[in-house]
Structures are given as structure tokens and as C-alpha cells.
Design a protein around this ligand. Structure first.
Ligand code: AMP
Ligand code: MG
Length: 490
């Protein structure tokens, strides 16, 4: 059984477990037979006020695997529901994860410390409660890259190999990911609370979400409507950032969408090489529900489900509640359009107020068409535009087949005096490209962590072009890209 960790090193609160006992199943991790620390995020540890040296010690590793629980902490599996690919699942929850508790960092921010892959919980349904090294390292790499790309996201503190084998299509080495988030409240958490029929529980959940994420909503005339409005705005901002970067989440079920607006649950995610709104990577997304270009619509659909769940909090009369929710949800598209234009301004270096939003949006739309038609490398092209802004068009032109179209676009854009410095701070050189991620994960699973470390070096300083990292800036081989699939069996 698990033991108690030296209390002095880390203090975890049990706010979620105390506020929402109906949504929390007290539980402990399955101890790891032979834990081995694979990666530790020292920068994040420092941000959290945790000592990296201690985290590397046996006691630290016990914390990171759930083998020991800090004094006073009350680890729980969180209960939630969700729509998965549109189908309703009334009871999901952490089947292989635990919320260890909340940690207050030196800056005063409250963060969840959570483990993924820590063994079966009462919510595991048919699952084995485990996670394999490859997918946990994948979440580590991609979430930390997203953070470096200024996208709101959960963070990854460490991946520890457990020494326990995991049966998937083949037997794989097991691992636990230690994850940090501003919370793990999901649209599916509200759906679950609503489905219990206990409005008082739903209200407590909403109060908890307000206190944790949107304290200003408590001061609003209608705090619950203000909470909903804040979530709609946060998701509009998030989706604009995903789109600008060519990020495909892959499994935008309502249980994988946060109230905080952080990206969560990196499973079959990927960055586009060839730009294509229809691109799907997940092997199970056969209908293209979560294709690159459908993500904003999927987010809007999820926000409608959140509104349904919150209806009893919005007004006593259901039709009045529906009217309020509908009016608020209608702000998603204009907010998304505004956020997208703001992203395009930076990407295209058109930050001067003398260039109108309409001009920027029209140029971005033309570019999207051109890039789709030509299967243009998303990351490479935007980065090359910075060179074009400095007068060297060739790197951008070389990525496009229809030279007449790209030249016409470049002419119309150049007359607006794009600012190359802004572009270089916005358009990354390095993203975790699929072929590089697969290469690094295969090596890591085989015991060689060097490629993973090198990839992390590239993607955690994504705007800073460095000699020796040239291959990290290049698109994968076209045959690889077109056949690439990610798998949900994570
Ligand atoms: P996901 O789509 O990966 O976010 O997971 C959907 C649901 O399945 C969540 O409730 C997870 O806790 C659960 N789940 C996924 N994999 C496993 C597993 N190996 N064992 C138990 N539960 C799992
Ligand atoms: Mg999930």
C-alpha cells in the first residue's frame, strides 16, 4: 500500500475533494514496481516552487508516481460524463488518473497536480488503468511545445517509467505522467452534475469554477451567465491559437474540453505539415468530426452542451434560461473571428492600425485557400513569410506550386509593409512535427532518450532558429505525412 511522503517538501490542498465530494472518488495509485524517472521539467518544477533535486530522489519519484501521498492530501479520481464523438456517455471520469490535490505556487496561483497512468480506479470501466511510455512522453513533448507557443495548456512535470508492462497491440513499457493544470474541470464535469438532477451540486460546481478561474464573474450581476460567457471567450481564443499553428487536437469530446480554456488530454493530436482543413490524424475519427477545419464548430457544439448543463443556473424558467444561453453562445463566432484576425495580424506582420481587420481577414482567407490547394507546409510557409517581408521571397515561393497565385498574394501583402520582427516572434521555426515525435518516442521506448531531449531543445524555444537543428525545421517526407495516423489506444 502507499505511504506518506515527507510532509515538509510539498503541501497539497484538497479543495476539489472537499467542495465536490459527489464528483470525487477517494483513491490511491497502484505503486510502480520499478520506477525510473525518464524526464523532469525543471523549469516547471521551479515555477511550482518544487526542488528538482528532491523530485529526482526516491521520495520525489514516489510523489510523481503516487507511491507516496503528501501529508494532508486526499487524492481522488474525478467523476465526469461526456459526449464522445457526439454520443452520450453518462459516466466517464478518471479511469487511470488521479487528482493528487492543489498546489499553490510561489506566485500564488493554484494548480492541480494530477497523475495519468496511475492504475485502475473505480471509474476504469473496461480499461486497465495504465498508460504506456510512448503516449505519456508524447503528451509531455506536445504540451510543453504548446506552452512555448503561448497556447493555454496543461503542463507536464515528469514522466516516470513504472517497470510495469502494459498490454496494447503489443506489450509496452508502462509510465505515469505527472500533469499540472489550472484545474481539471471539464464540460463533462458540468454535464455529469446536471445529469444527477441535484441543482445544488451544479451550483457548487459553478461556484468552484468561478472561484478557481473567473473570480470577476462573482461580482457580475449574473455570476453564472458571466461564468459561461468567460468560458465561451476562453475557448474562442484557444481555437484561434490552435488554428494559427495548424494544431489538430484529435479528440474534442466534451470530457476533453476545460472550463479554464487550457488545451487538455493530448491523445491523437498532431501538427499539420501540409495545410488542409479536412486533415484528420486520429485513426478512429473516420467521419472527420474533429478534422483541422472543423475544430471551431466542434468547440461551439461542446459549448452548447455546456449551456444545456448550466440551464438550471441561468434562470428559473427554462425558456428564459435557453434564451440567455443562446444569446451568449452567439458571441462565440464573432469572438473567434476577432481572435483569428488578431492572430493573422501577428502571423502576417500587419499590426499597424492603418491596415483594417477586413483587409487582414481577406488576405488570411486567400492564403488559407492557396495553402490548401497547394498542400503547403503550414509551419514552414509562415516562417518563410518573415523572410519575404525582408525582401527574400524565394523560401516562401519554393513551398508553393501555383507561383502566379502566390506572387499575386505576396504583392498585395507586401504593399501593406509587413513587419518581419513581429512575424519572427509569432511564427515558430520548430513545432513537434509528427515524424520527429515518432522518431523520438521510438528511440525513448528502446532506451535512448537523446532524440527526445534534442526535440525538446528545439520545440521549447520555438522561435529561436539555431544552427544544428535544421532538420527540426523541415516537413516530414510527403509519403510519411499523407499516411500518418495517430491512435487513440493511448
Ligand atoms: P480520453 O479520450 O483518453 O480522454 O479518455 C476517455 C475516458 O476513458 C476517460 O474517462 C479515461 O479515464 C478513460 N480511459 C482511457 N484509457 C483508459 C485506460 N487504459 N484505463 C482506464 N480508463 C481509461
Ligand atoms: Mg480525456
Amino acid at each position: 500500500m502507499t505511504s506518506t511522503a515527507p510532509a515538509s517538501r510539498i503541501v497539497l490542498d484538497r479543495r476539489y475533494a472537499t467542495d465536490l465530494p459527489e464528483l470525487a472518488v477517494p483513491w490511491r495509485a497502484e505503486p510502480a514496481p520499478e520506477p525510473e524517472l525518464l524526464v523532469l521539467n525543471e523549469e516547471l518544477a521551479a515555477e511550482l516552487g518544487l526542488d528538482a533535486g528532491w523530485l529526482r530522489s526516491a521520495d520525489g519519484i514516489a510523489l510523481l508516481t503516487g507511491g507516496a501521498v503528501p501529508e494532508g492530501a486526499a487524492p481522488v479520481a474525478q467523476v465526469y460524463a461526456g459526449h464522445q464523438f457526439g454520443g452520450w456517455s453518462p459516466r466517464l471520469g478518471d479511469g487511470r488518473a488521479l487528482l493528487l490535490g492543489e498546489l499553490t505556487d510561489p506566485a500564488g496561483r493554484v494548480r492541480d497536480l494530477h497523475l495519468k497512468g496511475s492504475g485502475r480506479t473505480p471509474l476504469a470501466r473496461g480499461g486497465d488503468g495504465l498508460a504506456a511510455v510512448g503516449p505519456m512522453l508524447r503528451e509531455y513533448v506536445v504540451s510543453e511545445a504548446m506552452h512555448a507557443l503561448r497556447v493555454p495548456t496543461t503542463r507536464s512535470l515528469a514522466v516516470v517509467a513504472t517497470g510495469r508492462p502494459v498490454q496494447r497491440e503489443t506489450v509496452l513499457p508502462g509510465a505515469v505522467l505527472a500533469r499540472v493544470a489550472s484545474s481539471h474541470l471539464r464540460v463533462g464535469t458540468f454535464q455529469y452534475a446536471r445529469a444527477t438532477g441535484e441543482v445544488s451540486l451544479l451550483r457548487r460546481l459553478a461556484d468552484h469554477a468561478i472561484a478557481r478561474h473567473y473570480p470577476e464573474a462573482a461580482e457580475a450581476e449574473h455570476p453564472y451567465l458571466a461564468l459561461y460567457a468567460a468560458v465561451v471567450a476562453a475557448q474562442a481564443e484557444l481555437l484561434a491559437r490552435w488554428t494559427a499553428l495548424g494544431f489538430v487536437h484529435g479528440v474534442m469530446n466534451t470530457d476533453n474540453m476545460t472550463l479554464s480554456g487550457e488545451t487538455i488530454d493530448y491523445g491523437p493530436c498532431a501538427f499539420l505539415d501540409a495545410h488542409d482543413p479536412r486533415r484528420v490524424f486520429s485513426s478512429i475519427d473516420t467521419g472527420g468530426r474533429y478534422a483541422f477545419g472543423n475544430q471551431p464548430a466542434a468547440a461551439e457544439w461542446n459549448l452548447a452542451r455546456l449551456a444545456e448543463a448550466m440551464l438550471p443556473l441561468l434562470a428559473d424558467d427554462e425558456s428564459a434560461a435557453v434564451a440567455l444561453a443562446t444569446e451568449q453562445l452567439a458571441t462565440f463566432r464573432p469572438l473567434l473571428a476577432a481572435a483569428s484576425t488578431a492572430r493573422s495580424r501577428e502571423q502576417l506582420g500587419l499590426v499597424s492600425a492603418s491596415v483594417t481587420d477586413a483587409t487582414v481577414a481577406a488576405l488570411a482567407a486567400r492564403l488559407d485557400e492557396l495553402m490548401t490547394a497547394g498542400h503547403v507546409d503550414h509551419t514552414g510557409f509562415f516562417r518563410a513569410l518573415g523572410r519575404a517581408a525582408r525582401g527574400d521571397r524565394e523560401p516562401a515561393r519554393s513551398l508553393v506550386l501555383d507561383l502566379a497565385a502566390v506572387d499575386a498574394w505576396l504583392d498585395d501583402w507586401t504593399v501593406l509593409s509587413p513587419e518581419a520582427d513581429v512575424m519572427d516572434r509569432t511564427n515558430p521555426v520548430y513545432v513537434p512535427r509528427n515524424h520527429l515525435v515518432e522518431e523520438a518516442l521510438s528511440a525513448a521506448v528502446a532506451g535512448d532518450l537523446a532524440p527526445l531531449r534534442q526535440l525538446m531543445t528545439a520545440v521549447t524555444s520555438p522561435y529561436d532558429e539555431r544552427p544544428g537543428l535544421e532538420r527540426y525545421a523541415e516537413a516530414g517526407p510527403a509519403e510519411f505525412d499523407s499516411a500518418y495516423q495517430t491512435f487513440c489506444g493511448t
